[in-house]
Ligand binder design. Structure first.
Ligand SMILES: [Zn+2]
Length: 202
C-alpha cells in the first residue's frame, strides 16, 4: 500500500530517473513461471504493472501484476527503504547509508549537485511523501576492502563482528566506538582497509 501511495504521486518515477517515460514505473515484477525480471521499465496504471517475459525460452508473453498482490515478487530499488522505514513496524528512527549514497544520482537531472539529487536526498524525498515523520539519517564513509572493492554486505568482503569478538573479547564494542570516533573526528569520506587494519588490529 505504501508503494501504491508513492506511485500515485505523478512524476515520482521521473524524479528518481529522468528517462522513465510518463505512465511507467520503476517496479519490476518477476515472471511467475521462469522468475526472469524484464529489465525494461514497465507500464503502470491504477495499481497494475503491465510487462512481458523477456526470457526467450519461456512461453509466457505479456502479463500484468497487481502491486497489492503480495504473492508476487517485485524489485523496487529506490522505493524499498522509504516503504520499509515508514510502513513496517517498528518504524525506523535512524537510517544508516553507505558512503556512495552521498553521490549525485542520475546526471540526466541536469548537472545539479543539489542534495535533493543525491541518492540519499532522493530516498529522503520519497520518505517525506510516505510520511511527515521521517527518521534521522547517517551517511557513513565508503569502506574499501582488501580486494580493492567497496565493502558491501552483498559482496561479503567486510569485517565480521565475530572476528572482532574473537580478537578483543567483550571489549570489541569499545574498540568499534573508538574507531568510529576516529573516523568522525577527521571527517573521512573514504576509508581503505589498511586504515581499518592499523586502527583495529595494529
Ligand atoms: Zn517467463
Amino acid at each position: 500500500e505504501g508503494l501504491k501511495k508513492l506511485l500515485s504521486d505523478g512524476g515520482i518515477n521521473q524524479f528518481i530517473l529522468k528517462k522513465v517515460p510518463v505512465g511507467h514505473a520503476l517496479v519490476f515484477p518477476m515472471c511467475e513461471k521462469c522468475h526472469t525480471s524484464n529489465p525494461v521499465t514497465p507500464k503502470y496504471e491504477d495499481g497494475k504493472i503491465f510487462t512481458s517475459c523477456s526470457n526467450p525460452d519461456c512461453d509466457i508473453e505479456k502479463y500484468e501484476v497487481d502491486i497489492l498482490d503480495t504473492s508476487r515478487d517485485l524489485a523496487v530499488h529506490f522505493f524499498i527503504d522509504p516503504i520499509r522505514d515508514k510502513t513496517v513496524k517498528p518504524n525506523a528512527n535512524i537510517h544508516v547509508f553507505g558512503g556512495d549514497y552521498s553521490a549525485v544520482h542520475d546526471h540526466a537531472n541536469g548537472d545539479s549537485t543539489d542534495f535533493l539529487y543525491t541518492k540519499v536526498g532522493k530516498v529522503i524525498e520519497l520518505m517525506r511523501r510516505v510520511s511527515k515523520d521521517i527518521p534521522d539519517f547517517l551517511v557513513g564513509p565508503t569502506f574499501y576492502a582488501r580486494d580493492g572493492n567497496k565493502m558491501s554486505k552483498s559482496k561479503d568482503n567486510g569485517l565480521r563482528i565475530e572476528r572482532l569478538k574473537e580478537y578483543y573479547g567483550n571489549g570489541y564494542v569499545e574498540k568499534v566506538v573508538d574507531f568510529i570516533s576516529y573516523v568522525a573526528d577527521r571527517g573521512f569520506k573514504h576509508i581503505d582497509y589498511q586504515v581499518l587494519e592499523q586502527k583495529l588490529f595494529g
